[in-house]
Design a protein around this ligand. Structure first.
Ligand SMILES: [Zn+2]
Length: 241
């Protein structure tokens, strides 16, 4: 794969190197998407298919998930709660009440498009929205909370997992160009705080930097890599009729 500039190449190499290290420890990456307009080579990993929803947590882990056994034992996972199902409509009103900040500077709700249900790699649903913006545009924390994980993943690139104050939801920011200076795991965040900058790390096209933003409802284990996805678009916009 060719890289258009030395910086990107450097980033890519760094990501590769870190991934190699991380691979033995943690491969519970969030599902991410290949860039919308870009031809993705075969490099799009099978790791895509991975984050199982909680209701599937007791199933045998596919491929990459095997490595998760190095994290808290999956056998500790309680059975799926009957209230913990995808598409729980009560979550969106609750999130709306929080008046979340749009995570990309200068972008308004009217500029959002709903790509939540679009297919991405390996036919997996996107389960996120992409907010297009120039590289280097500040990315804001959508709400107060804390940094649950700073993670480098092959599809997502440089990513942040934020928990809300009650550890009820996780907010996922991907394809970042870089983190804000001093950002650290466990750090408290304030709504609107700059946490990183828009980029194209991971499998995003270098020509189309954007923030891949997802929200998921955490299970009782509060595991940053596992939850039930919710459509962020509906937090700021009404569904299209
Ligand atoms: Zn995306």
């Amino acid at each position: 794969m060719a890289y258009p500039n030395a910086r990107l190449k450097k980033t890519a190499l760094a990501v590769c190197a870190l991934l190699a290290v991380a691979a033995g420890v943690m491969l519970g990456t969030r599902k991410d998407e290949p860039a919308t307009q870009v031809v993705q080579p075969a490099a799009v990993p099978a790791s895509h298919a991975l984050v199982p929803r909680v209701p599937q947590a007791d199933k045998p882990m596919p491929v990459v998930q095997v490595v998760e056994s190095t994290t808290p034992s999956p056998t500790l996972s309680p059975p799926a709660s009957p209230t913990f199902v995808a598409g729980d409509d009560s979550d969106i009103p609750q999130l709306r009440q929080r008046t979340l900040t749009l995570p990309v500077q200068g972008v308004t709700p009217a500029q959002l498009s709903d790509t939540y249900t679009q297919s991405r790699a390996a036919g997996a649903p996107h389960e996120a929205i992409d907010i297009m913006s120039a590289r280097g545009t500040p990315v804001f924390a959508v709400e107060d909370g804390k940094v649950a994980k700073l993670f480098l993943s092959k599809p997502g690139g440089i990513t942040i997992y934020q928990f809300d104050p009650g550890s009820q939801y996780a907010y996922y920011y991907a394809h970042l160009d870089r983190y804000a200076d001093g950002l650290a795991e466990g750090a408290s965040l304030r709504k609107g705080q700059v946490i990183g900058y828009v980029g194209s790390t991971g499998n995003a096209s270098p020509d189309a930097p954007h923030l891949h933003f997802a929200i998921f409802k955490l299970g009782p284990e509060k595991q940053w890599w596992r939850g039930t996805p919710l459509n962020p678009y509906l937090v700021w916009r009404d569904p299209k009729p």
